[in-house]
Design a protein. Structure first.
Length: 383
């Protein structure tokens, strides 16, 4: 508990520091932006003074080289000069296609007037002019700098999250694999002993039907141990007839279902070849059947339909049980999630791992309605 608390506190501290760094960068960028804006306004005020000087200068006696130089030096800031009636007198640093179209020039004037307040200057009592100016290319780039910066930071956060999540999942997978292999090992020890005892029973003239049933259960335990041993390692896939394999599992389970469960099956007559591990596929189907029976509390209709849909084989497993709320459609596949009073919530999680990781298929809740039933859809690619 102490480790978890410290770990959470560390993550909170790192998150707080990250937010602080981002805030400082954004604040610093905003300050730069304001400084550049102020400098450009000062340049435009100087430009207006130079324009006033030229307008009022006596060209024969006064030197206007400096005002002309100030006006010529503005090569980046777009500007439009107007009179009091907003009639355009002059412009500079405007795109040629805009300058040649009076309508476009008026739209441009409206655009830059929204970017910066105009500078009013008096040339004479009868001549008051307004200087409208837009943001320079540098200011325009600075406007998008915070967005680019936040995008980069977000990308790093996503990469870190993905790394953390992948590491966590890998750790969980190693844990599940280790538990599965240990389970297989633990089952294997008494199972070997049971096989020996079975041979002794056969020699003791015990009733053949009794020995046969014991042998079936021992074979079943061997299958279960084999399944657990395959979790965490790459299983061997075989090209098998999915219809026959699914029927075989149903034939085993049917006598063991409640007498109050009506089983309906719809299988195609054709052979459907898929590349799967038979033992793991049987485990998948058993999990789906048992979940369906549990949802019906041992009473209802269980239906299995197999269809060919383009290059995929679809298996629908439907029940008339209690149903699943829509907000739990994905959650039911999470390790540890269960709605039962008993159980570890691993069945559907392992089923999803088998179907999607080993058999390259898909599994999902096809449809479900509370108190009416659920249909699960399993899809496997044709071999």
């Amino acid at each position: 508990m102490k480790f978890t608390t410290n770990h959470t506190a560390t993550r909170g501290l790192l998150l707080g520091l990250s937010l602080l760094v981002v805030s400082l960068i954004l604040w610093n960028t905003y300050q730069f932006f304001q400084v550049f804006k102020q400098e450009e306004r000062l340049k435009m005020e100087l430009w207006a003074k130079a324009q006033t000087t030229i307008e009022n200068a006596d060209l024969e006696t006064e030197d206007i080289d400096l005002p002309l130089e100030i006006i010529k030096n503005n090569t980046s800031i777009p500007l439009v000069l107007t009179n009091e009636n907003k009639e355009i007198l002059n412009y500079s640093n405007v795109a040629p296609e805009v300058a040649q179209d009076s309508l476009q020039l008026q739209k441009f004037l409206k655009k830059i007037s929204a970017e910066n307040p105009p500078i009013r200057f008096v040339v004479s009592e009868q001549n008051v002019q307004y200087l409208y100016y837009g943001n320079s290319p540098l200011i325009q780039k600075l406007k998008y700098y915070p967005i680019a910066l936040l995008s980069i930071i977000l990308l790093f956060i996503l990469l870190i999250y993905n790394y953390y999540n992948t590491t966590k999942i890998a750790g969980q997978n190693r844990l599940w694999a280790g538990m599965a292999k240990e389970t297989a090992h633990q089952i294997g020890t008494p199972l070997s002993s049971l096989i020996g005892w079975l041979e002794i029973l056969k020699q003791e003239n015990i009733e053949a039907s009794t020995v046969e049933e014991i042998e079936k259960d021992i074979t079943r335990l061997q299958v279960i141990a084999d399944r657990f041993s395959k979790i965490g390692s790459e299983p061997t896939l075989e090209k098998i007839d999915l219809v026959a394999s699914t029927k075989e599992t149903i034939d085993y389970l049917q006598p063991r279902l409640s007498k109050q469960v009506q089983l309906i099956t719809n299988f195609p007559n054709e052979t459907l070849w898929v590349a799967i591990n038979p033992a793991l596929h049987s485990w998948t189907m058993e999990n789906l059947y048992k979940n369906a029976v549990d949802a019906m509390r041992g009473k209802g209709t269980l239906q299995v339909d197999v269809h060919l849909q383009e290059k995929m084989v679809q298996i629908f497993v439907s029940d008339t049980g209690k149903g699943i709320p829509k907000n739990q459609f994905k959650q039911i596949f999470d390790p540890g999630f269960t709605t039962k009073k008993r159980g570890w919530g691993l069945g559907l999680s392992l089923t999803k791992r088998i179907v999607e990781t080993y058999h390259k298929g898909k599994i999902r809740v096809y449809q479900s309605e509370v108190n009416k039933g659920t249909t699960m859809l399993l899809e496997l690619p044709l071999a």
